[in-house]
Design a protein. Structure first.
Length: 314
């Protein structure tokens, strides 16, 4: 069982290494990398999520997971900012790097590769709370630092129009309306389903290649990013273990794959969108952010092997 889990992680690691090797040789231009990212977040990942959510019946008890994930992310950012203020340290970007998770460009890919496409909706349920936090709290707070005005209705509209959210909502509606059951035996629908599955299958290899090609670590400035990455990992893994014991298992009585989804989320790096909103930051702060994201991504790969050992698939 443990070897089976390891063998499912190894292909992802090898693809990441290939992406890193290609990146060091400038195989992908910045434009190509952005186009591949667009393909992932707008096409292949939404296809995977639509298929996953269209074939399961969601339950009201999942709202506990969504609400607690949102609250935990918000509290983590607020606590970190307060802790920095109490130590009289100059406010920096650490609070924003301690919360939120890069589920879209990494989490779904590694979780689906190990636990299967039919289980990916469980990771999606865990993701909904934190992605709402990123849209409604993290990004607006970052924009506020640069004096950008926030329009709440526009933020909500942007959230709803995100391809990942649209795919999840469409899948839920398709299932709850009975349309999936009505068309499941149709040859035309099965053909469309196969096409979506082939698009969904692109997600993991494309994500691995793109993320691998973008990993950059400045060895001269590793100390602070390494401390931040390890602190983030320790805090969130501890919180995930507590959450699994008290909520996933005891309160909700959900299975171990849900627990694997929570642990997978806990080890992910901060959202990759953060650098987009810190253009006015100093060179040191920008280096700190980029190095923290890169180191956290590398740590995720090693930590995920341990997650699959602790909760093997199948």
């Amino acid at each position: 069982m443990l070897l089976n889990a390891l063998f499912k992680v190894i292909p992802v690691i090898l693809l990441l290494l290939l992406g890193y090797w290609l990146g060091r040789r400038d195989f992908f231009s910045p434009v190509t990398r952005q186009q591949l990212r667009n393909l992932i977040v707008n096409i292949s990942l939404p296809a995977a999520l639509f298929l996953a959510f269209s074939q399961v019946q969601l339950e009201l008890r999942y709202l506990w997971i969504i609400g607690i994930m949102f609250s935990a992310c918000w509290l983590m950012m607020a606590f970190t900012r307060s802790a920095l203020a109490l130590t009289s340290k100059k406010s920096d970007y650490l609070p924003f790097l301690m919360t939120g998770f890069e589920a879209g460009m990494l989490g779904y890919a590694i979780f689906g590769a190990v636990y299967g496409a039919d289980q990916i909706y469980k990771f999606g349920v865990v993701d909904l709370g934190q992605v709402a936090f990123v849209f409604f709290i993290l990004v607006p707070t970052l924009k506020k630092r640069s004096s950008e005005k926030q329009d709440l209705p526009q933020v909500f509209l942007t959230f709803i129009k995100t391809p990942v959210i649209l795919a999840i909502l469409a899948g839920i509606l398709f299932n709850s309306s009975g349309l999936y059951q009505a068309f499941a035996q149709s040859a035309l629908f099965q053909s469309l389903q196969m096409a979506l599955q082939q698009l969904a299958n692109l997600t993991t290899p494309l994500v691995a290649l793109v993320i691998g090609s973008e990993i950059r670590v400045d060895r001269a400035q590793l100390t602070r990013p390494l401390r931040a990455s390890l602190l983030r990992l320790l805090v969130w893994v501890a919180a995930a273990l507590l959450f699994n014991a008290l909520v996933i298992d005891r309160l909700l009585g959900l299975d171990r794959i849900f627990q694997a989804a929570v642990l997978t989320m806990a080890i992910l790096p901060p959202p990759f969108v953060i650098p987009l909103f810190v253009q006015d930051a100093s060179a040191d702060d920008q280096a700190f952010i980029v190095n923290t994201l890169s180191l956290s991504t590398l740590i995720t790969l090693f930590a995920y092997v341990l997650v699959t050992f602790a909760i093997p698939p199948g």
